[in-house]
Ligand binder design. Structure first.
Ligand code: FE2
Ligand code: FE2
Length: 298
């Protein structure tokens, strides 16, 4: 008997999945998938099979993401969240809030969300990068609290991409755009879509997720390099594959090296060593106070 094909493994695994709408065991499954794709350098054929067997929900997750991230959806979510009307919180409160995300993985080996944030920021700090970048490392995934506001996984994490213009072939699992209703809007299917050539990424509507949301929260306080890291850290089609340069300005291009620098820490800094919270807290209290007001609108 021949080995089962990737598709048949996928089919079986997808049917076994029990949570419609939230197919990932937890959001870290997406991060692990990214590590396989970029850190271990898996080929497309390899990561598709790996995905089907090791993290069965990932393909279903991308299917939902690619089908539902339309222009109308994105504009609606921007309207709902970018006004920052979910209340005031300090950074620690936001981090504690994110920590209440329950996941179903092994509590003995898994770190809390705050510990993950500290691993990223501490790795940046160890390498002697500027303090604003350490801060960026700590806050970059705080937008995942969108899940706690009731947003589905596919609307919180996942690779991001511009909506309202042709989808790049460099977006992972591009075949899942087949059922995105924007396919039927002729303007959205052109190279520039609703945008002008080289209009600048600040004028582009990205698929909605934790990146855009945290960048919005921090917009008035942090420098461009930091805001680009926040807003575009999951924009893999651009920062890893060079897609969408036709929408970029020279300013966008000049920010790319910073995003790539940051991406190393996003992909490589996770381990199983627990950061010592009590020891680290005073440093972070100072860091937050240096750049941010005591509480922020979320
Ligand atoms: Fe992220
Ligand atoms: Fe991250």
């Amino acid at each position: 008997m021949s080995a089962p094909s990737a598709e048949s493994i996928l089919d079986t695994e997808l049917k076994a999945n029990t949570v419609p709408g939230n197919p990932l065991g937890d959001m870290d499954d997406w991060d692990e998938f990214l590590e396989g794709r970029y850190k271990e350098g898996k080929s497309e054929a390899e990561f598709r099979v790996y995905d089907a067997t090791a993290t069965p929900g990932v393909a279903e997750f991308y299917r939902l993401n690619h089908e539902n991230q339309t222009v109308a959806y994105t504009l609606g979510k921007e309207k709902e969240y970018f006004g920052l009307n979910k209340g005031q919180k300090t950074i620690w409160e936001a981090a504690e809030f994110l920590n209440t995300l329950v996941d179903d993985s092994d509590p003995d080996t898994d770190l809390t969300q705050i510990e993950h944030l500290l691993q990223t920021s501490e790795a940046i700090r160890r390498d002697g990068h500027p303090r604003w970048m350490v801060l960026t490392g700590f806050i970059h995934d705080l937008g995942k609290c969108l899940c706690l506001y009731g947003e589905p996984q596919w609307g919180v994490v996942g690779d991001t991409f511009p909506v309202g213009c042709a989808w790049s072939k460099d977006i992972v699992f591009p075949e899942y755009f087949a059922k995105n209703s924007d396919r039927h809007v002729a303007e959205y299917q052109t190279k520039y879509g609703i945008y002008e050539p080289n209009c600048g990424l600040e004028n582009v509507h990205m698929s909605f997720g934790h990146d855009g949301y945290i960048a919005k929260v921090m917009e008035n306080y942090l420098q461009d390099e930091s805001l680009y890291m926040l807003r575009f850290h999951s924009f893999y089609p651009w920062h890893r594959h060079g897609a969408y340069d036709h929408l970029c300005t020279d300013k966008d291009r000049s920010m790319l090296p910073w995003i790539l620098k940051f991406n190393q820490y996003d992909l490589y800094s996770k381990g199983h060593t627990k950061p010592n919270m009590a020891e680290l807290k005073p440093y972070y209290d100072d860091l937050f106070a240096e750049f941010l007001p005591p509480t922020l609108a979320w």
